[in-house]
Design a protein around this ligand. Structure first.
Ligand code: SF4
Ligand code: SF4
Length: 421
């Protein structure tokens, strides 16, 4: 690895630009001027740029099946560790998304991180427009076909792989995973969960502007491809609705239920093939598809031994211990510490970058565990090192987050952080 320098760090982090007072003045003015609403208005006049994506699994390829036997000492539960009684009790309280509960967080992310959005906002808006257009087409009028569920499921999955969705599964719709204002939008009792892979190389540069763009490009692309699967289901005579972000509800719950991965300590779905380096989209349908089953990939126990994301999170937003939240046994990320860093540091996602399952894949991680009883890459700069705010932080060093970053809310955000000056 090349010797890290401040300049190369800035370039990697996408923070190069006019130095000194001029840059500060431009950034500060932009901070004052931009808001989510203004950015959305401005985006109408920008041409939509196509998604930038390079994948390891080109069109038509399914991600390799995970075939390795999970070592006995890493086995725990299939799917997510839960307290079903507590989950049922919690479901009586309406479930709301982060930005619905906390709209100022969305505003803050746009205002502080306006540069991140400027290029991608037209792509996002184009994606939203397509989802609306697809869903506003009338319901299917063809008579219900007499398909064999096994064969239909095989056909749908094969078609999804052929259009560039390497990980796909089916789960049962569950009202308790729907966000409150969106309940009732489903058109059937099945949810098809589709994932597109996010580019590998650029993801390793997190947090960076390039990685931020890669994430949004992948989101745009997974919608475009899932739209094709939605149309495929309709052409087969079924009702199918492409879910937008809010309609998707708790995607992790469906993905785990479909056997596509398990919940990581970083609060993300970890697939065996890509960890959390993939982006989801779901379809609601009445097609009689066969459900997947939750799988124990050994991920909860690996997380207990690893905890790299806990140690490396720049703001200490990930607790080291799991607790029961809405009936699910997990580490609850503190949004008051996470969101301001996401806004100021190109989406942050250090917790994705340093995850060994993201970087090496679960097969390699379990192989190392069997060989040495250690977590692959733990303690190494290769896995744990990252650039942050123009500086390199090796495995033993963590950035100190300026207090001003943590003070959420445009009115208290007195000055742009260092990487905006
Ligand atoms: S996104 Fe960054 S701040 Fe938030 S939990 Fe992950 S590492 Fe921590
Ligand atoms: S970094 Fe380690 S503890 Fe965190 S999610 Fe990945 S495997 Fe689990």
């Amino acid at each position: 690895m090349a010797e890290p320098t401040r300049e190369s760090g800035r370039a990697r982090a996408g923070t190069s630009g006019p130095p000194g007072r001029l840059r500060f003045a431009v950034q500060y003015l932009a901070y004052r001027v931009f808001s989510a609403r203004r950015l959305a208005v401005l985006a109408r006049f920008l041409p939509a740029r196509s998604a930038v994506l390079r994948e390891r699994y080109p069109l038509g390829m399914q991600a390799p099946e995970f075939a390795r036997q999970v070592p006995a000492d890493l086995r725990s539960v299939a799917g997510i560790e839960k307290d079903p009684a507590a989950e049922a009790e919690a479901a009586r309280e309406p479930l709301r998304s982060l930005f619905d509960r906390w709209p100022e967080a969305d505003e803050h992310i746009h205002r502080v991180g306006w540069r991140n959005f400027l290029r991608m906002e037209p792509v996002i808006r184009e994606t939203q427009r397509r989802v609306l257009a697809l869903n506003s087409r009338g319901p299917v009028t063809a008579p219900a076909p007499d398909d064999d569920p096994e064969q239909l499921t095989k056909d749908v999955l094969e078609y999804a792989h052929s259009v560039g969705l390497p990980i796909v599964g089916v789960a049962e719709y569950d009202e308790k995973y729907a966000f409150e204002p969106r309940r009732g939008n489903e058109v059937g009792d099945r949810v098809v969960v589709c994932f597109a892979e996010q580019e590998y190389e650029v993801t390793q540069s997190l947090p960076s502007l390039a990685a931020y763009h890669a994430a949004f490009s992948t989101v745009a692309e997974v919608y475009r491809r899932t739209e094709l699967v939605t149309e495929y289901l309709r052409a087969r005579g079924y009702r199918a609705r492409l879910n937008n972000t809010e309609d998707q509800g708790v995607v992790i719950a469906y993905a785990v239920q479909a056997g596509l991965g398990q919940l990581g300590l970083n609060g993300q779905l970890l697939t065996p093939q890509f960890g959390s380096r993939c982006r989801p989209c779901t379809i609601s349908t009445n097609a009689p598809l066969v459900f997947g089953k939750p799988v124990d990939y050994g991920i909860p126990r690996i997380c207990d031994e690893c905890k790299i994301c806990v140690r490396r999170c720049p703001s200490g937003a990930i607790p080291a211990r799991k607790a029961v939240h809405r009936g699910v046994y997990k580490a609850k990320i503190d949004p008051a510490r996470c969101v301001p860093v996401v806004a100021a540091a190109h989406g942050c996602a250090v917790c994705m970058k340093v995850c060994p399952i993201q970087k090496y894949g679960l097969d390699a991680v379990l192989g190392e565990w069997e060989r040495s009883g250690t977590v692959l890459g733990k303690g190494t700069d290769d896995l744990e090192g990252y650039w942050f705010d123009g500086e390199y932080f090796g495995a033993r060093k963590r950035p100190k987050i300026p207090q001003v970053w943590l003070e959420l809310g445009p009115t208290v955000y007195a000055e742009p952080p260092r990487d905006r000056r």
